[in-house]
Design a protein around this ligand. Structure first.
Ligand SMILES: [Mg+2]
Length: 290
């Protein structure tokens, strides 16, 4: 693995000539988590455009909703197609359309993803009530099956609660109910505060229901299949995956057989570690050296 800023001019040219497509993560690459766009990022993507590199974003960031995220990213990469903003929810929508899904979705997630599903034409079942009588009878009374529900879809939900979890678990007792997950990450530290990711709640539902969700985020086979079908690419090295996490982004890049570029400092720690092909401390540095 090489630090891009330490490559010679010839080595950088050979790196740039080695790929056509860039699949790029968003959070931690274009901006710090919960921050604004890093100065110099726009210049980097403008330079990459000059080199005719086709950029697409593959992100777990469902929080803005796809349309809003597209607006932000289009400012960084002018002319970016909305289809080139790939989120787990957008792949779930494509999947549900492919199988002509027409039942209701029991959705545990935040409002932007709910809007994405709704605007794609899917029916969302009511997830309420938010509170129940403080007794087991109160809980049981809320767990009647709803035959119209054909899928449980999970995403990051800051308002997840006990009733939503047990309802999902009980709907999944019917084997014909699909179990799809856009949730990613167990926990993260943001501004020195620990937050729980959706995967923690997914594990609770999986344990209690005996069902396993199909995951649509990085590093899933469903996402790999989606990219390969959508963009008629192959696993050859003419593709570069860029991201800031080894176990999510670089692992996914390798699953696809792409070249990989880690954004951040890479320090080899053990023999089993995932090793990126290249790394750079900050992607905004790239425009200065190419
Ligand atoms: Mg990231």
């Amino acid at each position: 693995m090489s630090n891009l800023v330490n490559l010679s001019k010839e080595e950088l040219t050979s790196f740039l000539n080695s790929f056509d497509n860039i699949f790029c993560d968003v959070d931690g690459v274009l901006w710090p988590r919960a921050g604004s766009v890093i100065s110099g990022i726009k210049e980097t993507f403008s330079k990459l455009d000059n080199f005719n590199k086709k950029v697409r974003f593959v992100t777990h960031n469902n929080l803005l909703g796809r349309n809003n995220l597209h607006k932000v990213l289009n400012d960084i990469v002018p002319g970016l197609a909305i289809d080139d903003v790939i989120t787990p929810i957008s792949i779930i929508i494509t999947f549900l359309r492919t199988i002509k899904f027409n039942k209701e979705i029991f959705f545990i997630g935040h409002s932007a993803s709910k809007t994405d599903l709704f605007e794609a034409g899917f029916k969302i079942a009511l997830s309420g009530p938010e509170h129940t009588e403080d007794s087991l009878r109160g809980v049981i009374n809320n767990l009647r099956d709803n035959e119209n529900i054909g899928a449980v879809v999970l995403d990051f939900d800051p308002n997840v609660n006990y009733l939503k979890l047990v309802k999902a678990i009980n709907y999944l007792q019917r084997e014909d109910v699909l179990f799809l997950s856009a949730s990613t990450g167990t926990f993260a530290t943001i501004e020195n505060r620990i937050i729980l990711g959706g995967v923690m709640f997914q594990q609770i539902i999986e344990d209690a229901s005996g069902r396993s969700a199909t995951n649509f985020g990085k590093p899933s086979d469903a996402l790999k299949r989606y990219l390969f079908n959508k963009y008629t690419i192959d696993s050859g090295s003419r593709n570069l995956f860029v991201g800031d996490t080894l176990d999510i982004d670089i692992k996914f890049g390798k699953l696809c057989g792409f070249q990989t570029l880690l954004v951040g400092n890479f320090k080899p720690e053990n023999a089993n570690q995932i090793v990126p092909d290249f790394y750079i401390n900050n992607l905004a540095l790239l425009h200065k050296i190419i």
